[in-house]
Design a protein around this ligand. Structure first.
Ligand SMILES: [Zn+2]
Ligand SMILES: [Zn+2]
Length: 339
């Protein structure tokens, strides 16, 4: 029986452990992806801690998967062995629930997520339903493509659906795993791009990523500065602090939107006056479906957007995960299998 190396959480709140698993065979509607790279995302903690009931142990985490199809199950049309593909947060939809029937695939009530509802990409191979696949363009290596399948599609899709148009003032709050991609996408989409972070350390990097303006939230009144610039059409909130998000809301211009993609535990607070005054809104944005991931990869290939990554071999997954959890990744840890 052929086997593969995999990294799993054996039990709730347990450590990541290297195991030898039987090489899985694709069932009807699935392909097997030979994994080349898998990004380490903060949401992998959902698998570790069993934060949703769908998590079953042992579970192989990882939902920023890039590789090559190496086996195709029955009934799969349009995908063949040898094709370079990625799988992100969107790991398959049911096609039957009301959101699916309305075309809101990422809001499927039975949404499948690799590494959470089934085994993911911290392994030499994984099975994915064909509807979860995104084509990887030749211009992108596997390690570059991996983070674009979660951090990338989230920021790209949130920006392109925010209603901002070329030339509009768009601010990215936070320069981390999500934010460093958000700044690049915003600049390449033709927005007047403002990067907001704490301190001055990240200013040179933000400018290098394409930001036209940098605001230091430790020393500047960010909302007042944004208003001086005419008010932001969109602020993409990538930080994990509800308090930091709340502080920038008055910096939105008329009909401006705070688009929330960063997950924090403290609430966002806003005065009704600040919402009503300029008809502002605060909205959430959930990732995207596999075609949105494919669009993200194609746009990145076209425009030169690339994640800043640090790679580690698969067997050092626990170290990569800890580094991410300590917020020390600059900016995305990516596991490689050497395949
Ligand atoms: Zn993620
Ligand atoms: Zn559904």
């Amino acid at each position: 029986m052929p086997t593969m190396r995999a990294i799993q959480f054996g039990k709730k709140s347990g450590p990541l452990e290297l195991v030898e698993r039987e090489l899985p065979q694709p069932r009807r509607g699935e392909v097997r992806v030979k994994v080349q790279a898998c990004g380490v995302c903060h949401s992998d903690v959902i698998a570790k801690e069993g934060l949703i009931p769908a998590v079953r142990y042992p579970i192989i985490p990882g939902h920023e998967i890039a590789g090559v199809i190496d086996a195709v199950g029955e009934g799969v049309i349009g995908w063949s062995v040898g094709t370079r593909v990625g799988v992100g947060w969107f790991g398959g939809h049911c096609g039957r629930c009301d959101p699916c029937r309305r075309g809101e695939l990422v809001d499927c009530r039975n949404l499948r997520v690799p590494g959470i509802t089934y085994d993911g990409g911290y392994a030499e191979a994984m099975l994915a339903p064909a509807d979860a696949l995104a084509l990887i363009p030749d211009e992108l290596s596997a390690v570059e493509a991996a983070p674009l399948l979660c951090a990338g599609v989230t920021t790209y899709n949130a920006l392109r659906e925010s209603g901002a148009r070329p030339g509009d003032l768009v601010a990215i709050l936070g320069i981390g795993g999500l934010g460093h991609l958000g700044v690049q996408f915003a600049a390449k989409m033709g927005f007047r791009t403002v990067a907001i972070a704490r301190g001055t350390d990240k200013e040179p990097l933000a400018k290098q990523l394409g930001a036209h303006i940098y605001l230091n939230s430790q020393t500047q009144d960010v909302a007042a500065e944004l208003n001086k610039l005419g008010g932001a059409k969109t602020i993409l909130a990538t930080v994990t602090s509800g308090k930091a998000m709340s502080a920038v809301i008055p910096g939105l211009g008329v009909r401006g939107k705070l688009v929330v993609v960063g997950v924090g535990s403290d609430p966002i607070e806003v005065s009704p006056f600040d919402l009503i005054g300029a008809s502002r809104s605060v909205v959430g944005h959930a990732s995207g479906a596999s075609i949105d991931s494919q669009d993200t990869l194609a746009f990145s290939a076209l425009s030169g957007v690339r994640p800043t990554i640090e790679t580690m071999p698969l067997e050092r997954a626990a170290e990569a995960f800890d580094k991410m959890m300590r917020n020390e990744a600059r900016f995305r840890m990516v596991l490689t299998t050497g395949q």
